[in-house]
Design a protein around this ligand. Sequence first.
Ligand SMILES: [Zn+2]
Length: 266
Amino acid sequence: MQAYHLQQMTWPEVKKALCTVKLAIIPIGAHEQHGPHMTESCDAVLAERMAVKLAERLHPLALVTPTISMGVSPHHLNFPGTISLQPETLIHVLRDMLVSLKHHGITTFLWLNSHGGNQSTLSIACQKLTLELGVTIYYAKTTASASDVFKEHITSKPYGHSCERELSEAYYLAPELIREEEVQRGQLTENPRWRHLRPGQPLQGFYRYEEMTANGCIGDGTQASYELGEKIVETALTRLAEEIQYLLSLEESDQSEKQYSKKRNY
Ligand SMILES: [Zn+2]
C-alpha cells in the first residue's frame, strides 16, 4: 500500500503529489508518561501510524505531514519525563503549519489526534483557524469512531490511559512502545476528589494524574491483545476513510456549484 508521507518525500515528488492531493492529515500526539509499560512517545507514534494507514486508504487524495509529537499534558507533569505545551503553543504550531500548507495549495485538513488532553484545544483552534484562514478543518480522536468495539470488549471502569485499549492499539500498530514484562493494571488511589470530576459528573475541574493513579495507568493493560487492537484500529480507519471521502465529495460539489454560480454571475 502506498501513502504520501511528507517527511519522506523530495520536493519534485511533493510537486507531483499535489496534482491529486486534496487533504493534509496532521498527526497530533503528546509526550507524556504512560505508566511503567509504555514509552512516553506513545500518543505521537500511534497518531502517526494511524495517519499513514488512513492516507493509504485515501491514496492519492491525502498527504501526511510531520507529526506534532507534544501536546497539552499539564495533568501528567508530576511523572518524570512529561513535556507539556501551552494550549496557545499548540494553536500557534497548527496555524503555522496550515499557513505553510495553504501556500502549497492545500486548503482541507484533518487533525488526527490521539491524546484526549488535546481535544478541547483543537475544538477552539478549529473554530479560530477556520474563520481566520478560510480553510476547512476536520479533527478526530484516532479511534473514537470505534468506541462501540472497545466498549464491547473492555470491562474495567474507568479505563482510558495506558489501558487495554491503548495497549491493544500499540500491539497492533507499534509493539516497540510496550515493555512486555512490565504490563500491569492501573493502581487507582482512594482519593475521592477525582471521581467527582470525571466526564459525565455534575461538576468538572482540573485534577492531576497522581491524584487518580499511583502507577500512571487507568484501566487494565493485562487484558490487551493484538487482535483487539486490530479490530479497533481497522474499524476506526474504515469509518474515518468513509467519512472523509463523503465530506470531500460535498466540498467538490460545493466547488462546482460555486464555479457554476460564478458563470451565472450570482
Ligand atoms: Zn496515550
